[in-house]
Design a protein around this ligand. Structure first.
Ligand SMILES: Nc1nc2c(c(=O)[nH]1)N[C@H]1C(S)=C(S)[C@@H](COP(=O)(O)OP(=O)(O)OC[C@H]3O[C@@H](n4cnc5c(=O)[nH]c(N)nc54)[C@H](O)[C@@H]3O)O[C@H]1N2
Ligand SMILES: Nc1nc2c(c(=O)[nH]1)N[C@H]1C(S)=C(S)[C@@H](COP(=O)(O)OP(=O)(O)OC[C@H]3O[C@@H](n4cnc5c(=O)[nH]c(N)nc54)[C@H](O)[C@@H]3O)O[C@H]1N2
Ligand SMILES: [Mo]
Length: 765
């Protein structure tokens, strides 16, 4: 049977389309945030909770990874979507054993992800035994024993997969990878594999470290900020305040995006009296680029920079920087001067005048920041594209100076910290050696599986136990039908979760749900209040303290779950002091201080007012720890995406009312979509050319070299100002269209932003 994702509990016929908004945030954003919060948690819990988001003694917002300002923090250092993320977690609704007794798994598997998430917080550990129709309660000890029995039954530890999502705090992440490596595998896929892996790969190769080189204060010092492939109005709303500050200080902002995203084109800062009512356009220039055209853009700009240098020698290329700090400049110059600007115009859809105007700004600016997110990372040529953006900054000497640098804007609030703490299927040798030294274990050295490889392995029967530390693996990953079958083939699936999601109802032969504390919850161990630490997108590390009374006494912290499982798995004689770690998170931080580079004196440093910033050699000292000892200019063959005849290139993206696979509501207010999610945004001229009309229902069929038909049905066409040949639709509803093998070169990231599709008229069954 062909399934198209269960959304029958959403009445898509109520869908309404209005004109896209021209300004983000403002009064409506505040009203929406408060309404949602009060609905979920009541007035008192709302007041108590929202006043502590991102404050020095509060908790880190579980929304995005945008940093807090370093100086004065405003009383409300959160945004509409941060408030929604908090409300989602702090809700008083609960999913209890009675709930599971009343709903069979089969019934739950027919519900939408939206419905599942709305049911509330998970309260008890639950088990689904082979052949059972309903989840039943299980004690924590029995749950651990069940996991250990399955792990011990494996032929090798490499038959187990240990996934991590990016909300996991540093302390958990550190212990979790320690457990997994003590057990004997590096199979540590994480959400980063689907997210900024391409950024990490490109930056490590170019500048020797896979993280951004700017700090929040650099935004106030920049002349020019390019925001490419990112929708901050929805996904990083607090970034708009930083961009607003930059503009007040004279910066120019260029948005590079196929879509005229509302937050970039207009913003009312709800935090300032003036912004609340008047609003400012953020982007001075909007380059409406074609999907996948960014590599061509950056190469074309490179050529135009060299031409500007020819006209005024010594004013554009930073020769001192290039000579002292870079390698490969001559080859880069040769290749870039030969770039065909006619091809660049075709690939980007931009005019020669737009390219020249942008190049002039880039040539004249004294300090340039380039920001990006999923529009760049989820492309076949993502790594090369990010290298080309970095090349431009290197030509101009824009790394390691105030107001300048690379700025990959991370997604999950601690996805960067998880990597720092060792969540990676190919952690470098010095880290593993330090881990082994500290604990007297022997970590495996063979690289493990990333997300795509883990799915392949489970599909082929080589992966048998799946353990998810947070996240929603089934809904976040590509090729839904393949992935669901892969999970169903497992002997055991375990999900450590706060809320119900599809990964609980698409399960292995035996399945466990382990309910855990969230960021906002009070975490008591041995009667003492515990804190965790997190790292933001700009390498700032600080403490986070939850204070809300957990919705159930049965919830355990992620740290406790890891330690208790480890005790059951390894017995009392294991060299790692799991019991002590569980009882006092300071002891975990002491171990982190000895193992993780840059974390010396960790306990003291995370307790400083704004925490501390991890070292970043290019940012701090223009030091580049690459193979050449210098920043590397990359030379790449130009790749772009011509649109096949009669087809569209589809990007899958987020609405304003979701957090990845968690759907808060059915509106995408800024884009004018209300009461539904099954839409495909298409250029009016393409709609006409294909013989459709705005509002028609279509099936979307993706085309891939394997000839397999991937189809989602009953999507409404919405005429939208996206470039010709380019379309957009929401994730996760369109994940069934993304072929598992459609991945980015060198990062293995699923190409969620460029799927070739055709539209077929929807036939009612
Ligand atoms: N409220 C909220 N906040 C979030 C999330 C959420 O779901 N909800 N998710 C979090 C996570 S994990 C992440 S990774 C981030 C994601 O943050 P974003 O990357 O902003 O997320 P997307 O919705 O995928 O948006 C991709 C943007 O890139 C553009 N784009 C697509 N393809 C291209 C291209 O080829 N070139 C260019 N130049 N642009 C392109 C799209 O039009 C869109 O504006 O947000 C984080 N914050
Ligand atoms: N087609 C397409 N696919 C994509 C993307 C895309 O743009 N297009 N984006 C990709 C990206 S950038 C990412 S990051 C991934 C996201 O992939 P994931 O990180 O796997 O997915 P999330 O939806 O963020 O996970 C939500 C679940 O996490 C659990 N959770 C929430 N808070 C906590 C907590 O504190 N502890 C624990 N243990 N669990 C918690 C809840 O049960 C919730 O249901 O999706 C990727 N998939
Ligand atoms: Mo992400």
């Amino acid at each position: 049977m062909h399934r198209n994702g269960p959304t029958e509990d959403i009445d898509e016929s109520a869908l309404r389309v209005s004109a896209p908004k021209d300004q983000a945030a403002g009064v409506t954003a505040v009203a929406v945030a408060l309404k949602r919060s009060v609905e979920e948690m009541g007035v008192i819990r709302t007041a108590r909770t929202l006043s502590r988001v991102n404050q020095a003694h509060g908790f880190d917002c579980p929304g995005c990874a945008w940093p807090e300002p370093t100086g004065h923090r405003r009383p409300a250092e959160f945004c509409e979507n941060g408030a929604k993320a908090v409300a989602e977690e702090a809700t008083l609704r609960t999913v209890t054993p009675e709930f599971f007794a009343a709903h069979s798994v089969e019934e739950l598997a027919d519900k939408s992800g939206y419905w599942l998430g709305q049911q509330g917080r998970l309260t008890h550990p639950m088990v689904l035994r082979p052949g059972a129709t309903h989840y039943a309660p299980i004690g924590w000890d029995d749950a651990y024993r069940l996991i250990v029995d399955h792990l011990r039954a494996l032929a090798t530890p490499d038959e187990a997969v240990f996934y991590t999502s990016g909300r996991t705090a540093n302390e958990t992440a550190f212990l979790y990878q320690l457990l997994v490596r003590s057990f004997g595998t590096n199979n540590l896929p994480d959400c980063s594999n689907m997210c900024h892996e391409s950024s990490g790969a490109a930056l490590t190769s170019s500048i020797g470290i896979g993280k951004g080189s700017v700090s929040i204060d650099d935004f106030g010092k920049a002349d020019l900020i390019i925001v490419a492939g990112q929708n901050p109005g929805t996904n990083h709303p607090r970034m708009l305040s930083a961009l607003g500050t930059a503009k007040a200080n004279g910066a120019r902002v260029i948005a590079v995006n196929p879509l005229p995203e509302t937050g970039l084109l207009g913003f009312r800062d709800p935090q300032t009296v003036k912004g609340f009512t008047t609003g400012i356009p953020i982007a001075d220039d909007f380059l409406q680029i074609r999907l996948g055209g960014d590599m061509a853009l950056f190469q074309g700009l490179g050529r135009l920079l060299f031409e500007a240098e020819d006209r005024a020698p010594g004013t554009v290329v930073d020769h001192a920087f290039v000579e002292a700090h870079t390698a490969g400049f001559a080859e880069y110059e040769k290749q870039t001067r030969a770039v065909d600007l006619a091809v660049v115009a075709q690939a980007t859809g931009l005019t020669r005048a737009e390219l020249e105007h942008t190049a002039r700004l880039l040539a004249e600016a004294k300090s340039v920041i380039i920001c990006w997110a999923m529009g760049l990372t989820q492309q076949t040529h993502a790594v090369a594209t990010i290298e080309e953006a970095t090349n431009l900054l290197l030509v101009r000497g824009m790394i390691g100076k105030p107001g300048a640098g690379v700025c990959p804007v991370r997604g999950h609030s601690n996805v960067q910290g998880d990597r720092t703490m060792g969540i990676w299927e190919k952690m470098p040798e010095p880290f593993l050696a330090a881990l082994d030294r500290e604990f007297g274990i022997r970590s495996p050295r063979e690289h493990g599986w990333d997300t795509v490889d883990a799915i392949r392995a489970m599909r082929d029967g080589r992966g048998k136990v799946f353990f998810g530390m947070g996240g929603n693996f089934v809904s976040a990953t590509p090729d839904t039908e393949v992935t669901e079958a892969a999970l169903r083939g497992c002997e055991l699936t375990v999900q450590v979760s706060t809320k119900l999601n599809r990964s609980h109802v698409v399960h292995g032969k035996t399945a466990l749900i382990l309910p855990t504390l969230g960021r906002t919850d009070l975490d008591l161990q041995n009667g003492a209040k515990q804190q965790v630490s997190v790292e933001d997108s700009m390498s700032m590390v600080h403490l986070s303290t939850g204070r809300l009374r957990p919705v159930s006494d049965e919830l355990r912290s992620e740290v406790a779950i890891v330690c208790e499982l480890a005790q059951e798995l390894f017995g009392p004689d294991h060299p790692v002091p799991w019991r002590e770690f569980r009882g006092d998170y300071d002891l975990i931080r002491d171990a982190i201080a000895r193992v993780v580079p840059g974390c010396a004196d960790y306990n003291a440093k995370v307790r400083q007012h704004n925490g501390f910033q991890l070292p970043h050699p290019p940012r701090d000292a223009r030091e580049f720890r690459t193979g050449t000892g210098k920043a590397n200019f990359a030379v790449n063959e130009l790749t772009w995406l011509p649109v096949p005849e009669g087809r569209l290139i589809l990007q899958t993206l987020r609405s304003h009312d979701q957090y990845n696979t968690t759907i808060y509501g059915l509106d995408d207010r800024y884009r004018g979509i209300h009461n539904g999610r099954k839409v495909i945004l298409v250029n009016q001229a393409d709609i006409a050319e294909f013989g459709f009309a705005d509002g028609d229902l279509v099936d979307i069929v993706s085309e891939w070299t394997d000839g397999v038909e991937r189809r989602v049905t009953g999507f409404r066409i919405v005429g939208y100002p996206t470039p010709r040949g380019n379309a957009a639709a929401y994730y996760p509803e369109t994940n069934p269209l993304v072929p598992l093998d459609h991945v980015a070169a060198r990062s293995n990231t699923p190409v969620a932003k460029a799927v070739t599709v055709r539209l077929e008229r929807h036939r009612h069954e």
